[in-house]
Design a protein around this ligand. Sequence first.
Ligand code: KG4
Ligand code: ZN
Length: 356
Amino acid sequence: MATILAIETSCDETAVAIVKDRQVLSSIVSSQIDLHRTYGGVVPELASRQHLEWVNPAIAQALADAQLSWAEIDGIASTVTPGLVGALLVGTMAAKSLAMLYGKPFLGVHHLEGHIHATYLDQPGLKPPFLCLLVSGGHTSLIHVKEAGDYTTLGQTRDDAAGEAFDKVARLLGLGYPGGPVIDQLAKQGNAKAFKLPEGRISLGKHQGKGKAQQGQARYHPYDSSFSGLKTAMLRLTERLKPESPLPIADLAASFQYTVAKALTKRAIACARDFNLSTIAVGGGVAANSELRHQLTAAAQAEGFQVFFPPIALCTDNAAMIACAACEHLTRGRSSSLQLPVQSRTPLEKVLSLYE
Ligand code: KG4
Ligand code: ZN
């Protein structure tokens, strides 16, 4: 295996980590949340500027924490896609410059592949194939993980990502940004059955569909999700409840969270069952959600499936997961060209095009 220093600057966290053989030697995550909170979301230009200021001290700190010198680093990685282009550029230019300066291989990593690999840092013995439920601020996907670099997306959201839905509903309820952690906390004091909300099913044409489960009979796509209807239902509900002030915020938060967790659990279990994948690894910021952890663990247990949730610090954006993914590629003899551009999006199925 190898020792990798990775830089993650795809959104609003400036993160640097050093990972050796699926073991985290150091991990620095500087969150910009306070900077963006005033605006109710991430402001791309401010994110890039903050990354510029923080990236060099974070690199120095990661090396100091791991007590390593550059001579002991085998490869330097950065997130190159998907993300905010200006933000991605900061970490990637730093990684490429260091790779050139110290004569090390450079590895450009797909952010979602990083989230998939977060579970390995907690479960170093885990081997593919498995199903990854990836739920973050930008993505909601069910991914068949066959090998490092070999992924098939089996299901995804048709509109908002799960984390995005948490953030938008939190804004609607006047709870600030980011919404997930606040809703999670508030929901603990609420009644999850107080309001019945739509789960967001995707209708199928009679003979439409992909995957084993449909065979022309299913009425709804079994793995795809949609959260825009749920978001609208929350808006209508709050409008209807307004005269009855104050709003029953905790019940609204609990009912919303329960519905999202139910939708995700149902789809993940159906997908694992249909594709004979008895292990489910969950990744992304929404994997930190307590209700999702509760519902999916119980449902997986009932089916005899294994389910792994990484520790919360590895669910949200970090560079250790990026280093872990880079490590898998480097040990398979892959590295990236220093000419590799950053890209706002790249299908996960094209991950190997990042390497030569
Ligand atoms: O993976 P991540 O850190 O960044 C992206 O790649 O998007 O995910 C951030 C998202 C945000 O939308 C945030 O509201 C959500 O994860 N999140 C949560 C929780 N903690 C973070 N959502 C639900 N419950 C949580 N406890
Ligand atoms: Zn992420």
